[in-house]
Structures are given as C-alpha cells and as structure tokens.
Design a protein around this ligand. Structure first.
Ligand code: KIV
Length: 273
C-alpha cells in the first residue's frame, strides 16, 4: 500500500475516509481558520481540514475555546471553504450552541452548513449530547465526535492533563465511542488519552478514529496548524511534533523590514513607480 494512495482523489468524502480506515491508510487532518492558510494546507494534500474552535485561542487570543461564537465560527469556516478544493472540511460547533437543546443544536449545525459551505460539523461529548447528535444527523449533516480531553469542558476538568487514565473514565469513553458510532457519526477525534485506550477504541468501532495526543494506533492524526508550524511557541505538549520554526522566520522578516524602512533602504528605485 502506498502512503499516498488517496493522493489522486479529487474530493475527500466521508465514504473515502471510511475506505481509508478499512484499508489501513492513515488519515491526515490539520486545523485552518483562514483562506490563505487553508489554501496551502489543501494544496499540500491534507485529507481533512478542521475549522477548530481552537480559533478562539490561536486567532483571537482567548485563554479557552469557550468565548468563540457561532457567527465567528461561520466566518472562519466560510473563509476556509473558499480556499479548499480537495480536503473534507469539518467545523466545530462552538460552546453553548448545541449542548442541552437539540433544536438549537440542529439550528446551529444548519447555519454552519448553509452559511459556510462546510461538509460536516464536530461536537464534543458522548451520551450527554446524544439527543443533539441524533437530531443533527437526522437532517443529513455528517457529525464527527470528540472524546477524551474536550476543551469546551475545561472548567469541569480543571486541567488540560491526560484524560481517562482511570478505568471508570476509560470505560465511559469506550462506551461513548460505541454510542457515537451507533448514532451514525462518521468519525471520532480522541484527544489526550492513553495510547492503549485509543488503540482499543479504534479497534472497537468501525468508523475512523483520529488522534491528538492519543498515540499511533489510531486511524489518523490531527494537530493545530499554528503549533505544527512553530508560530505558537509557548504551547509545547509532549504530543506535538513541530515541523517548522515559523516564529523565528517571521520575526527575522519583520525586524528586517522595520530596519529597511527606518534606514530608507526600502523601497528602492526598482520598487518604485
Ligand atoms: O479545536 C480544535 O483545534 C480541535 C482539535 C484540537 C482536535 O478540536
């Protein structure tokens, strides 16, 4: 099997993602929140782009993902969708727009799909949001689940440390994953849980399981693009592999520009009309 066997596919769909799991081809997923970044990520051949509510942290500078609004997520998502021609685009439903009220959940999901043109939505949680998941799925909207460390519940957890290390929480997570599959979710993200538990989940459900801090024995991996690129230098969890040091590259470019402006070196004659 080639590691690039989905490379010739024109447009990734839920069906193709399922086929990738079935044949053991790993699924690649990254976040993006704007047109320019999404275009590069898509051109690179990523399978899924997640318009994550991590936009609340990396784009807006909030401490948590809780403040971002549905309108703001739709703005980010529509910018991404305009850039993408191959990847499957998934959008996080933000905190407060789906929990506890399935009618509101459906309205929020429909707004995301209609106003952004995205292909699916992602929700955080298991049994406690079942009604919302079922209602959204009944409208024909593909749903990706998210279990383990679910940042929208940070004030319940009180910490961003590894989840489901104890057997009671691990058992609930496994049951939640099976429930999400039964409801009809097309994939599940597992965040920051023991690799052995993530492996068990990926073997126990037939839908793709995408990990972040969940080890290598799952069906795919996701990272926040700013972390991978080394733009956010202050966030360095163990699970992060940083593929570039863009903060240094950008800092050099900006300081050189400032120097050239101050010294009147920029613009020169060939840069003027
Ligand atoms: O919002 C996000 O970026 C996410 C990923 C960490 C999976 O949910």
């Amino acid at each position: 099997m080639s590691v690039h066997s989905s490379a010739n596919i024109k447009r990734i769909t839920t069906h193709i993602l399922q086929e990738m799991k079935n044949r053991g081809e790993k699924i690649s997923m990254l976040t993006a929140y704007d047109f320019s970044m999404a275009k590069i990520v898509d051109d690179a051949g990523i399978d899924i782009i997640l318009v994550g509510d991590s936009a609340s942290n990396v784009m807006a500078g909030h401490e948590t993902t809780l403040p971002i609004t549905l309108d703001q997520m739709i703005y980010h998502a529509s910018s991404v969708v305009r850039a993408v021609s191959r990847a499957f685009v998934v959008v996080d439903i933000p905190f407060g727009s789906y929990q506890g009220n399935s009618s509101e959940a459906l309205r929020s999901a429909i707004r995301i799909m209609k106003e952004s043109g995205a292909h699916a939505i992602k929700v955080e949680g298991g049994a406690e949001i079942k009604e919302s998941v079922v209602r959204i799925l009944s409208a024909g909207v593909p749903v990706m689940g998210h279990l383990g460390l679910t940042p929208q519940s940070i004030y319940k957890f009180g910490t961003y440390s590894v989840r489901a290390k104890e057997s009671v929480e691990a058992q609930k997570l496994l049951e939640d994953a099976k429930l999400l599959e039964e409801c009809g979710c097309f994939a599940i993200v597992l965040e920051k849980i023991p690799a052995s538990l993530a492996k068990k989940v990926a073997e126990s459900v037939s839908i793709p399981v995408i990990g972040i801090g969940a080890g290598g024995n799952v069906d795919g991996q996701v990272l926040v693009v700013h972390d991978l690129l080394g733009i956010t230098q202050e966030f360095k969890p163990r699970f992060l592999r940083q593929y570039a040091d863009l903060q240094s590259v950008m800092m050099d470019a900006f300081t050189n520009y400032i120097k050239d402006v101050k010294s009147r070196d920029f613009p020169n004659e060939s840069e003027s009309y």
